[in-house]
Design a protein around this ligand. Structure first.
Ligand SMILES: NC(=O)c1ccc[n+]([C@@H]2O[C@H](COP(=O)([O-])OP(=O)(O)OC[C@H]3O[C@@H](n4cnc5c(N)ncnc54)[C@H](O)[C@@H]3O)[C@@H](O)[C@H]2O)c1
Length: 377
């Protein structure tokens, strides 16, 4: 029998129901001991559906429970820093949804607190655990596509109030057969309000975490960012029909310099109803790597110039690791790293660099200047 980490989860919303609760229950490394949500009824429904023994409505009460060794924070972004700091200060290991804090200064407080307490700090998005991104990194390091010049990264959908968003959550919840979507869906208003960091924190982070995981830390960046749609209408769930005033940036376009003549263009947008653009394309002196996230899973193709004389072409590498990645794939890794004291691949310093990219883009757009990044990982 493997050792198991006793976990308490805070925030029983969409991402918890569709991804984390199933992952926590299935993980051989985790014993899900408690769930906490401000909404008691919601916490009770979730605890019943996923057979979780303890329920809390106040996370500070949950932290008094000595049997909890680690916490997973899935609350809305504006609560992350305060809850994360309290969790770490209580000596618990922490896995938090992104962004782990609102700015670099707060992120540094979390990194330092984790070090002081001797606990692990992990943050979503766990994209560098995706076998495709691991393969991309290996292909580049092996020199297969030569010297990298630039990368494009698209991070967009129709936004948390859109039809596509609700349809995907509805079908995921329905497929679990555990809960009634009409009863349990949440109101997405908070995503559009000041302090949430908008589309960058919701979508751009996947690109920022993947690009920096593959290419290393960003040296400088420049951004144009703003609000394209003043209002949106919620297209599904319990808040269906509600009009929301958009107070945050729903469209951000960035250019990034990784140093050594490696550049990237990265978008983050809630204004895209559909796209056929690849999620990420990497251009090198000897070839191209293209990655697409589709509903059917991710696809990886590599174009190699001069495979042999008069022979060029697109190849589809077969991955040794076929494990499908999803939003909660970091859970197993986190629990295993805590239990066996292994190094996290989604640690706090990388997450802090991602926070600095988001913060830097906002400052760059507002002040009309290029931002030099200070953190690394
Ligand atoms: N929904 C997504 O597609 C998605 C995907 C990836 C990551 N995330 C991230 O996951 C986090 C949660 O997103 P979501 O969509 O599940 O949000 P949600 O609004 O559906 O759920 C949040 C839940 O947290 C609860 N909550 C709020 N403050 C709390 C507090 N102080 N203590 C306890 N419970 C509290 C709310 O009652 C609600 O049930 C966010 O950081 C989001 O960026 C969401």
């Amino acid at each position: 029998m493997n050792k198991q980490l006793s976990v308490g989860l805070i925030g029983c919303g969409d991402v918890a129901l569709c991804y984390y609760l199933p992952a926590l229950k299935e993980s051989k490394y985790v014993n899900l001991l408690a769930v906490c949500d401000l909404n008691r009824e919601r916490a009770e429904l979730v605890a019943k559906a996923f057979s979780v023994p303890k329920i809390y409505t106040d996370y500070k009460e949950m932290l008094k429970d000595k049997s909890i060794e680690a916490v997973v924070n899935l609350t809305p972004n504006t609560f992350h820093f305060q809850i994360n700091r309290d969790v770490l200060a209580s000596g618990r290991h922490l896995y938090t949804e992104k962004l782990m804090a609102d700015n670099v200064e707060e992120a540094t407080i979390l990194v330092d607190e984790a070090t002081k307490q001797g606990v692990k700090l992990a943050s979503a998005p766990s994209v560098m655990l995706d076998p495709i991104n691991i393969a991309v990194k290996k292909i580049i390091e092996a020199g297969v596509i030569g010297k990298i010049s630039y990368v494009t990264s698209h991070n967009c959908h129709g936004g948390p109030a859109s039809r596509g968003y609700f349809d995907s959550y509805k079908s995921l919840i329905a497929s679990s057969g555990l809960l009634n979507w009409e009863e349990i869906s949440t109101d997405p208003t908070w995503f559009y309000k000041k302090g949430s960091w908008g589309a960058m924190a919701d979508l751009g982070v996947y690109g920022f975490a993947a690009l920096t995981g593959i290419l290393g830390p960003v040296k400088r960046l420049s951004a144009i960012s703003g609000t394209s749609y003043d209002t949106v209408t919620v297209m599904g769930g319990t808040a269906k029909g509600k009009k929301i005033e958009v107070e945050t940036d729903d469209c951000t376009l960035m250019v990034i310099d990784f140093g050594n003549g490696v550049f990237a263009s990265v978008d983050s947008a809630w204004t895209v109803q559909a796209t056929k653009s690849p999620t990420m394309e990497i251009y090198g002196s000897k070839g191209t790597i293209t990655v697409s996230w589709t509903d059917a899973g991710s696809e990886l193709e590599v174009y190699i110039d001069q495979i042999a004389e008069n022979l060029n072409g697109w190849l589809r590498p077969s991955l040794a690791d076929q494990t499908p990645w999803n939003l909660a794939s970091g859970i197993d890794h986190f629990a295993k790293c805590v239990l066996y004291d292994e190094k996290l691949l989604i640690g706090g310093e990388h997450a802090r660099h991602v926070v600095e990219i988001v913060q830097g883009a906002e400052v760059s757009s507002r002040e009309g200047r290029t931002i030099e990044l200070k953190t690394s990982f």
